[in-house]
Design a protein around this ligand. Sequence first.
Ligand code: THU
Length: 146
Amino acid sequence: MSDSFQDFGGIDAARWSELAEAALDVRQRAYVPYSKFPVGAALLTDSGDIVSGCNVENATIGATVCAERTAIGCALSAGQNRFTALCVVTDVDPPSAPCGICRQVLAEFCEQLPIMMLHPDGHYRFATLDQLLPMRFSGLDFSESQ
Ligand code: THU
């Protein structure tokens, strides 16, 4: 699979391949009894570590946590809050982009984040978070109001 990846967003193909493997692996642990839609997310930190997360559903549906936000929570809990790339794996064509809530949460930490959206068979597309969430609300809006 890794042979087909390209460089994107300053991240080389080999690194994208490592992120893809981590996202594919964690996706197997998704808790999805309701949607049966497992998602895996893997974040690359600026120190070179990979932190991953899967979606965790709940009978209330509304309490479901997406894979991307699980990964962010794991990373912050481990003392990492600077990210250089994200890979998200879903089994649809074209591979899903992060939902709106996750885009906003990701933007809190890295507005230009390069994102790979990957299908388990290896096909993928790239976008930056800035492309997915332009003209976003941010912490700057607070400081401008004071
Ligand atoms: N989901 C994610 O994990 N990430 C997204 O960005 C979109 C949706 C999950 C939530 C739920 O468990 C399932 O996919 C269907 O919405």
